[in-house]
Design a protein around this ligand. Structure first.
Ligand code: MN
Length: 473
């Protein structure tokens, strides 16, 4: 039987605030000793009270805007109870009843629109490391601010699941709210997958796969679940509602526990934190000068750039910003510069460094003009382009750099003719000339080569060939 998959995704984004969600301790514990970034609030000493980090609220507003979401003027926190050594309080402070971010949507390059149900602020848990007969607790991550983004079940393929997670990552980077460091778990995805027979208007029972940390794992886990659940339904059996884990090594999901329900957590309003009230002035001030988002860039460049190049560049907000500046100066430069960014810059070993110090817009526009006017060959264009990343060279401007490197092609036809004549007058080219006249086309390459040598590589080979053919008729 043919089944249609339905997928909803919850994504936890680690916000890049300076301090934690409820204490003044350093929020960036990367490379630090276990339990070195913790305050008495985080390990829940009696009498310690949380205080909300305003920066996390501002980041939530920006993230909400990036996802076209409503920002709720009033929201508050709740306690979600569970007992586990990674949470000294015995509960997580989260937003269950009144989240800060309301409905919105994310548009994918494929045209799929994934609606956002809501997004809420909450504190992260600590980390347990298990050994043979004991476990160690590291509380560095406790109450790191997270934004949990909950999608509607609008995704119906593994590819769209992958692309949605990828797009969320871009949105968080563009909005400047997360480092987006997937390797260090800055974004973690939980996927809810169910399948139903084609044409059925009821959804199937869903399985939740938790804690995926890459777009690729999301895609693979969805494919695996579709196959697993199809086999169960084909055999006339029922899919169990449960939480499953994923292994990148085996490429399989495995049953972990039956799914808890909300009532198991005994949610209750958090009494230690007052509600968050956001005035429209406050929200507006935070969103002033909000940057362009990937969807805006798709609107701007959908016509002028090939979609595969555009989608590569969209992973680098600095490059998109620069492309925007270039296009405002000269729309004719878009194709060349976007090609150079993808095929030359991103292939460089030092690309990551270069991204933070891009060439001047005017230099890139000039480079495009020189290339279009055939003053620079394509090889020379690439060479000059890379020199523009050297801050010391950059100050001289594109034209001067090209001159100093002797890369400017001779396009002056009368100057070229003089050189061609000189070459044709040389005795060692006589045989080639006779051969060409006798119909041996190939020797034109030799003659062009001689002219290039005579011009010290500065002649435009296409122009040289045309002049030669005219003279040898
Ligand atoms: Mn959560």
């Amino acid at each position: 039987m043919k089944y249609i998959p339905t997928i909803g995704i919850e994504c936890h984004v680690q916000l890049a605030t300076k301090t934690k969600l409820f204490s003044e301790v350093d929020n960036d514990a990367r490379g630090k000793e276990p339990n070195s970034c913790v305050s008495p609030v985080d390990y829940a000493l009696p009498g310690m009270l949380p205080r909300l980090n305003g920066e996390a609220v501002k980041f939530a507003i920006r993230a909400g805007r990036a996802m076209n979401c409503e920002i709720n003027p009033s929201s508050r926190f709740d306690r979600k109870h569970y007992f586990y050594p990674d949470s000294p309080k015995g509960y997580q402070i989260t937003q269950f009843y009144h989240p800060i971010i309301g409905e919105g949507f994310v548009d994918l390059a494929s045209g799929t629109r994934v609606r956002i149900e809501h997004a809420h602020l909450e504190g992260d848990a600590g980390k347990l490391t298990h050994f043979m007969d004991y476990s160690l607790v590291d509380l560095n991550r406790v109450d790191t601010p997270l934004l949990e983004i909950v999608s509607m079940p609008d995704i119906h393929s593994a590819k769209d699941a992958h692309d949605y997670c990828h797009e969320l990552w871009r949105l968080m980077i563009y909005a400047g709210v997360s480092h987006g460091d997937l390797y260090n778990g800055n974004m973690r995805f939980d996927i809810n997958v169910s399948i139903a027979p084609e044409g059925s208007d009821e959804l199937g029972t869903r399985a939740e796969v938790k804690n995926l940390n890459s777009f690729r794992s999301v895609e693979r886990a969805v494919l695996y679940e579709i196959e697993r659940q199809s086999k169960i339904l084909d055999a006339g059996e029922k899919v169990a509602q449960e939480t499953r884990g994923w292994s990148d090594d085996t490429g399989k999901t495995t049953s972990q526990r039956s799914k808890e329900e909300a009532k198991d957590y005994r949610y209750m309003p958090e009494p230690d934190l007052p509600p968050i009230r956001l005035s429209s002035d406050f929200i507006e001030a935070e969103l002033e000068g909000f940057p362009l988002m990937p969807a805006d860039y798709r609107g701007l460049f959908g016509e002028s750039m090939k979609s595969d190049i555009l989608e590569i560049l969209l992973d680098y907000p600095q490059l998109m910003k620069k492309m925007h500046e270039v296009s405002e100066e000269d729309t004719g430069a878009v194709v060349l510069i976007s090609n150079l960014f993808t095929s030359v810059l991103l292939a460089e070993e030092k690309a990551a460094e270069y991204l933070n110090d891009l060439p001047l817009t005017e230099d890139l526009v000039e480079l495009s003009k020189m290339n279009a006017g055939k003053e620079l060959s394509s090889t020379a264009t690439k060479e000059v382009f890379l020199r523009l990343f050297d801050p010391q060279m950059r100050g001289r401007g594109t034209k001067q750099i090209a001159k100093e490197l002797g890369l400017i092609q001779e396009n002056d036809l009368s100057a070229l003719e003089t050189i061609v004549d000189a070459v044709l007058a040389k005795p060692e080219t006589q045989k080639a000339q006779d051969d060409f006249r006798a119909g041996e086309e190939k020797v034109i390459g030799f003659l062009v080569g001689q002219v290039m040598k005579e011009s010290q590589g500065k002649a435009n080979p296409a122009a040289v060939q045309e002049i030669l053919r005219g003279k040898l008729k």
